[in-house]
Design a protein around this ligand. Sequence first.
Ligand code: ZN
Length: 272
Amino acid sequence: MAALDLLSLNTATVRDAWTLEQCIEGCQRHGVTAIAPWRDRLQEMGVERAARAIRGAGLDVSGLCRGGMFPAQEAQGRRAAVDDNLRAIDEAASIGAACLVMVCGGLPAGSRDLPQARDMVRDGLASILDHARAAGVRIALEPLHPMTCADRSVLSTLGQALDLCDELGPGLGVAIDVYHVWWDPQVSAQIARAGDRIFAFHTCDWRVPTRDLVFDRAMPGDGVIDIAALRHQVQAAGYAGRLEMEILSTDWWARDPNEVLAICKARHEAFC
Ligand code: ZN
Protein backbone atom coordinates (compact mmCIF):
# COMPACT_ATOMS: atom_id res chain seq x y z
CA MET A 1 0.00 0.00 0.00
CA ALA A 2 1.34 3.43 -0.89
CA ALA A 3 2.07 5.60 2.12
CA LEU A 4 -0.65 8.11 1.35
CA ASP A 5 -3.26 5.34 1.18
CA LEU A 6 -2.68 4.74 4.90
CA LEU A 7 -3.31 8.32 6.02
CA SER A 8 -6.49 9.24 7.83
CA LEU A 9 -7.42 12.78 8.77
CA ASN A 10 -8.62 13.12 12.34
CA THR A 11 -10.84 16.16 11.96
CA ALA A 12 -9.55 17.68 15.21
CA THR A 13 -6.48 18.63 13.15
CA VAL A 14 -8.52 21.33 11.40
CA ARG A 15 -11.08 21.68 14.17
CA ASP A 16 -11.62 25.42 14.18
CA ALA A 17 -11.53 26.00 10.43
CA TRP A 18 -13.63 23.27 8.87
CA THR A 19 -17.01 21.67 9.46
CA LEU A 20 -17.24 17.92 8.91
CA GLU A 21 -18.66 18.57 5.45
CA GLN A 22 -15.62 20.72 4.61
CA CYS A 23 -13.32 18.02 6.01
CA ILE A 24 -14.92 15.42 3.72
CA GLU A 25 -14.47 17.72 0.72
CA GLY A 26 -10.92 18.55 1.84
CA CYS A 27 -9.98 14.87 2.03
CA GLN A 28 -11.26 14.33 -1.49
CA ARG A 29 -9.42 17.37 -2.78
CA HIS A 30 -6.13 16.28 -1.20
CA GLY A 31 -6.39 12.58 -2.03
CA VAL A 32 -6.77 11.52 1.61
CA THR A 33 -8.93 8.39 1.65
CA ALA A 34 -9.93 8.07 5.31
CA ILE A 35 -11.35 10.31 8.00
CA ALA A 36 -11.99 10.20 11.75
CA PRO A 37 -14.74 12.60 12.80
CA TRP A 38 -15.52 13.98 16.24
CA ARG A 39 -19.04 13.60 17.55
CA ASP A 40 -19.83 17.30 17.97
CA ARG A 41 -19.16 17.96 14.29
CA LEU A 42 -20.93 14.74 13.29
CA GLN A 43 -24.06 15.75 15.18
CA GLU A 44 -23.86 19.27 13.77
CA MET A 45 -23.93 17.84 10.23
CA GLY A 46 -26.49 15.16 11.07
CA VAL A 47 -25.41 11.54 11.39
CA GLU A 48 -27.36 10.18 8.40
CA ARG A 49 -26.35 13.04 6.14
CA ALA A 50 -22.71 12.65 7.16
CA ALA A 51 -22.85 8.90 6.62
CA ARG A 52 -24.12 9.45 3.06
CA ALA A 53 -21.49 12.10 2.32
CA ILE A 54 -18.65 9.95 3.68
CA ARG A 55 -19.82 6.95 1.63
CA GLY A 56 -20.32 9.14 -1.42
CA ALA A 57 -16.77 10.44 -1.12
CA GLY A 58 -15.46 6.87 -0.86
CA LEU A 59 -13.80 7.55 2.50
CA ASP A 60 -13.01 4.92 5.11
CA VAL A 61 -13.71 5.91 8.71
CA SER A 62 -10.74 4.98 10.89
CA GLY A 63 -12.57 5.85 14.10
CA LEU A 64 -15.18 8.01 15.79
CA CYS A 65 -13.96 10.35 18.55
CA ARG A 66 -15.03 9.93 21.19
CA GLY A 67 -16.95 8.03 23.85
CA GLY A 68 -16.00 7.50 27.48
CA MET A 69 -16.08 10.00 30.36
CA PHE A 70 -17.62 7.38 32.65
CA PRO A 71 -16.77 8.49 36.22
CA ALA A 72 -19.32 10.65 38.04
CA GLN A 73 -20.05 11.17 41.73
CA GLU A 74 -23.76 10.32 41.46
CA ALA A 75 -25.32 7.19 39.96
CA GLN A 76 -27.47 9.42 37.75
CA GLY A 77 -24.35 10.94 36.19
CA ARG A 78 -22.85 7.53 35.54
CA ARG A 79 -26.11 6.38 33.91
CA ALA A 80 -26.14 9.48 31.70
CA ALA A 81 -22.59 8.67 30.60
CA VAL A 82 -23.58 5.11 29.74
CA ASP A 83 -26.60 6.35 27.75
CA ASP A 84 -24.39 8.79 25.85
CA ASN A 85 -21.94 6.00 25.05
CA LEU A 86 -24.76 3.81 23.73
CA ARG A 87 -25.67 6.67 21.37
CA ALA A 88 -22.01 7.00 20.36
CA ILE A 89 -21.97 3.29 19.45
CA ASP A 90 -25.02 3.79 17.21
CA GLU A 91 -23.35 6.79 15.57
CA ALA A 92 -20.17 4.78 14.98
CA ALA A 93 -22.23 2.01 13.38
CA SER A 94 -24.07 4.51 11.16
CA ILE A 95 -20.87 5.89 9.68
CA GLY A 96 -19.12 2.52 9.48
CA ALA A 97 -16.34 3.53 11.85
CA ALA A 98 -13.52 1.02 12.37
CA CYS A 99 -13.83 1.73 16.11
CA LEU A 100 -15.27 4.04 18.71
CA VAL A 101 -12.39 5.73 20.55
CA MET A 102 -12.74 5.99 24.32
CA VAL A 103 -11.33 8.77 26.47
CA CYS A 104 -12.38 7.18 29.71
CA GLY A 105 -12.69 10.18 32.03
CA GLY A 106 -10.88 11.56 35.07
CA LEU A 107 -11.73 11.85 38.74
CA PRO A 108 -15.29 12.91 39.58
CA ALA A 109 -15.44 16.51 40.84
CA GLY A 110 -14.24 16.68 44.44
CA SER A 111 -12.99 13.09 44.52
CA ARG A 112 -9.55 11.86 45.55
CA ASP A 113 -10.48 8.21 45.10
CA LEU A 114 -8.52 7.13 42.04
CA PRO A 115 -9.16 3.36 42.41
CA GLN A 116 -12.88 4.09 42.62
CA ALA A 117 -12.75 6.20 39.43
CA ARG A 118 -10.97 3.34 37.66
CA ASP A 119 -13.71 0.96 38.84
CA MET A 120 -16.30 3.36 37.40
CA VAL A 121 -14.52 3.20 34.04
CA ARG A 122 -14.49 -0.60 34.12
CA ASP A 123 -18.17 -0.77 35.12
CA GLY A 124 -19.17 1.77 32.47
CA LEU A 125 -17.36 -0.19 29.76
CA ALA A 126 -18.87 -3.45 30.98
CA SER A 127 -22.36 -2.03 30.63
CA ILE A 128 -21.94 -0.88 27.01
CA LEU A 129 -20.02 -3.84 25.58
CA ASP A 130 -23.03 -6.02 24.73
CA HIS A 131 -24.54 -3.18 22.72
CA ALA A 132 -21.24 -2.56 20.96
CA ARG A 133 -20.83 -6.24 20.08
CA ALA A 134 -24.40 -6.44 18.77
CA ALA A 135 -23.82 -3.32 16.65
CA GLY A 136 -20.49 -4.65 15.38
CA VAL A 137 -18.65 -1.61 16.77
CA ARG A 138 -15.19 -2.18 18.23
CA ILE A 139 -14.35 -0.18 21.36
CA ALA A 140 -10.84 1.29 21.37
CA LEU A 141 -9.50 2.37 24.77
CA GLU A 142 -7.13 5.30 24.38
CA PRO A 143 -4.78 5.59 27.36
CA LEU A 144 -3.92 9.25 27.94
CA HIS A 145 -0.71 10.79 29.24
CA PRO A 146 -0.75 10.63 33.09
CA MET A 147 -0.65 14.44 33.34
CA THR A 148 -4.32 14.32 32.28
CA CYS A 149 -5.29 11.71 34.89
CA ALA A 150 -7.34 14.10 37.05
CA ASP A 151 -9.52 15.63 34.38
CA ARG A 152 -9.52 13.43 31.27
CA SER A 153 -8.43 9.85 31.76
CA VAL A 154 -7.66 7.67 34.75
CA LEU A 155 -6.52 5.19 32.14
CA SER A 156 -2.89 6.20 31.65
CA THR A 157 -0.89 3.37 30.11
CA LEU A 158 -1.22 0.80 27.39
CA GLY A 159 -0.60 -1.94 29.97
CA GLN A 160 -3.50 -0.72 32.07
CA ALA A 161 -5.76 -0.58 28.99
CA LEU A 162 -4.80 -4.11 27.97
CA ASP A 163 -5.50 -5.39 31.49
CA LEU A 164 -9.04 -4.05 31.04
CA CYS A 165 -9.28 -5.71 27.63
CA ASP A 166 -8.20 -9.01 29.20
CA GLU A 167 -10.81 -8.63 31.93
CA LEU A 168 -13.77 -7.54 29.79
CA GLY A 169 -13.18 -9.64 26.70
CA PRO A 170 -13.88 -9.49 22.97
CA GLY A 171 -14.82 -6.31 21.18
CA LEU A 172 -12.43 -4.26 23.29
CA GLY A 173 -9.00 -3.09 22.12
CA VAL A 174 -6.77 -0.04 22.20
CA ALA A 175 -6.19 3.18 20.31
CA ILE A 176 -2.48 3.93 20.43
CA ASP A 177 -1.76 7.64 20.27
CA VAL A 178 1.97 8.34 20.09
CA TYR A 179 1.48 11.56 22.07
CA HIS A 180 0.19 9.63 25.07
CA VAL A 181 2.41 6.54 25.11
CA TRP A 182 5.83 7.53 23.72
CA TRP A 183 7.37 8.15 27.17
CA ASP A 184 6.36 4.76 28.62
CA PRO A 185 9.33 2.37 29.20
CA GLN A 186 6.87 -0.50 28.65
CA VAL A 187 5.46 0.78 25.37
CA SER A 188 7.20 -1.68 23.03
CA ALA A 189 6.37 -4.72 25.16
CA GLN A 190 2.76 -3.58 25.49
CA ILE A 191 2.38 -2.98 21.74
CA ALA A 192 3.58 -6.55 21.16
CA ARG A 193 1.16 -7.77 23.83
CA ALA A 194 -1.74 -5.89 22.20
CA GLY A 195 -1.39 -7.81 18.93
CA ASP A 196 -4.70 -7.86 17.04
CA ARG A 197 -6.30 -5.67 19.70
CA ILE A 198 -4.79 -2.50 18.19
CA PHE A 199 -7.81 -0.80 16.64
CA ALA A 200 -6.32 2.65 15.90
CA PHE A 201 -3.00 4.47 15.67
CA HIS A 202 -2.86 8.24 16.15
CA THR A 203 0.08 10.38 15.11
CA CYS A 204 1.37 13.84 16.02
CA ASP A 205 4.48 14.95 17.90
CA TRP A 206 5.60 16.16 21.35
CA ARG A 207 6.71 19.77 21.29
CA VAL A 208 9.59 20.88 23.56
CA PRO A 209 8.80 22.82 25.61
CA THR A 210 5.12 21.91 25.77
CA ARG A 211 3.01 24.96 26.54
CA ASP A 212 -0.33 23.19 26.98
CA LEU A 213 -1.02 19.55 27.86
CA VAL A 214 -3.89 19.15 25.42
CA PHE A 215 -3.77 21.82 22.73
CA ASP A 216 -0.06 22.12 21.92
CA ARG A 217 0.62 19.05 19.82
CA ALA A 218 3.25 19.33 17.14
CA MET A 219 3.24 18.25 13.51
CA PRO A 220 5.14 14.95 13.07
CA GLY A 221 8.81 15.76 12.64
CA ASP A 222 8.68 18.90 14.79
CA GLY A 223 9.00 17.12 18.15
CA VAL A 224 10.85 14.37 19.99
CA ILE A 225 8.73 11.25 19.35
CA ASP A 226 10.25 8.46 17.26
CA ILE A 227 7.01 8.01 15.33
CA ALA A 228 8.54 5.72 12.71
CA ALA A 229 9.74 3.30 15.41
CA LEU A 230 6.29 3.13 17.04
CA ARG A 231 4.63 2.81 13.64
CA HIS A 232 6.87 -0.16 12.80
CA GLN A 233 6.15 -1.75 16.17
CA VAL A 234 2.38 -1.63 15.66
CA GLN A 235 2.86 -2.99 12.15
CA ALA A 236 4.99 -5.85 13.52
CA ALA A 237 2.23 -6.54 16.06
CA GLY A 238 -0.17 -7.05 13.15
CA TYR A 239 -1.83 -3.65 12.82
CA ALA A 240 -2.67 -2.97 9.18
CA GLY A 241 -5.13 -0.12 9.71
CA ARG A 242 -4.87 3.59 9.09
CA LEU A 243 -2.34 6.01 10.51
CA GLU A 244 -4.56 8.76 11.78
CA MET A 245 -3.12 12.23 12.09
CA GLU A 246 -4.55 14.02 15.11
CA ILE A 247 -3.03 17.39 15.90
CA LEU A 248 -4.84 19.32 18.59
CA SER A 249 -2.96 22.58 18.42
CA THR A 250 -3.99 26.18 18.70
CA ASP A 251 -1.01 27.02 16.45
CA TRP A 252 -2.10 24.72 13.64
CA TRP A 253 -5.78 25.63 14.02
CA ALA A 254 -4.84 29.19 13.14
CA ARG A 255 -3.29 28.13 9.81
CA ASP A 256 -4.98 27.73 6.42
CA PRO A 257 -6.50 24.21 6.56
CA ASN A 258 -5.50 23.40 2.98
CA GLU A 259 -1.91 24.21 3.86
CA VAL A 260 -2.22 22.11 7.04
CA LEU A 261 -3.46 19.11 5.05
CA ALA A 262 -0.64 19.43 2.51
CA ILE A 263 1.92 19.49 5.34
CA CYS A 264 0.20 16.53 7.08
CA LYS A 265 0.57 14.50 3.89
CA ALA A 266 4.24 15.33 3.49
CA ARG A 267 5.06 14.58 7.14
CA HIS A 268 3.04 11.35 7.07
CA GLU A 269 4.98 10.16 4.06
CA ALA A 270 8.24 11.02 5.82
CA PHE A 271 7.68 8.61 8.74
CA CYS A 272 5.44 6.07 7.04
ZN1 ZN B 1 -5.73 10.26 19.94
